[in-house]
Unconditional design. Structure first.
Length: 200
């Protein structure tokens, strides 16, 4: 948890990530044979970073679950895969912070992908992903001044789901996930029900 808190502190003020909302407006390119079985989102003890608004685990699970389903249910491959996501830390920029600091909202998650048919996980260690809010007129002076907490959470969750997709595409190319040409033998079997725990 200390490492998450340090990371949240360091990323404040960094450039924002790509806009996942814009990507959702386009028809998705196929992701091999990938079809979403289910996405499991957990937030057992997310660390709140400095100068952040409060958000409960239940709030994060609700918004992140919705955006994971919205993004990955678009894929119509021939094989089911499950995705586990753990919300580990966040900063939701709040009003009242000096503009010179240009406070940014941040979300840190971990992701694990599972083969539904065999109950095996594709990545042995959960992938940590740090997400920053996309650049817009509303975030240029700090989203805490222009957006509600709910909108900040939604924007971060949209971008987080997008970053999970980009990571999965990278693994398809590098590791042969989702029936890619470089596909390797499956790892030792593990129950699919452990997806949520493995994400953390």
């Amino acid at each position: 948890m200390v490492r998450i808190f340090v990371l949240l502190t360091l990323v404040l003020g960094l450039a924002a990530c790509a806009d996942g909302a814009r990507n959702l407006e386009q028809a998705p390119d196929p992701l091999g044979d990938m079809k979403l079985g289910f996405a499991v989102v957990v937030a057992p003890a997310p660390v709140k970073g400095p100068v952040s608004r409060d958000a409960t685990s239940e709030e994060w699970i609700e918004v992140m679950q919705r955006e994971m389903d919205r993004r990955f249910k678009r894929y119509e491959g021939e094989k089911f895969y499950n995705i586990g996501v753990s919300v580990d830390g966040y900063v939701l920029a709040q009003p009242g912070i000096p503009l010179v600091l240009s406070p940014k909202s941040v979300l840190i998650i971990k992701a694990t992908v599972w083969d539904d048919a065999t109950g095996t996980k594709l990545n042995e260690e959960a992938e940590q992903i740090t997400v920053l809010e996309a650049v817009s007129a509303e975030t240029a002076i700090g989203s805490g001044l222009t957006q509600s907490k709910r909108k900040q959470m939604k924007n971060l969750s949209v971008n987080a789901a997008y970053q999970v997709e980009l990571w999965m595409r990278k693994m398809q190319k590098e590791k042969g996930w989702f029936g890619g040409v470089n596909a390797a033998p499956a790892e030792a079997a593990a129950p699919v029900e452990e997806a949520a725990a493995a994400a953390g």
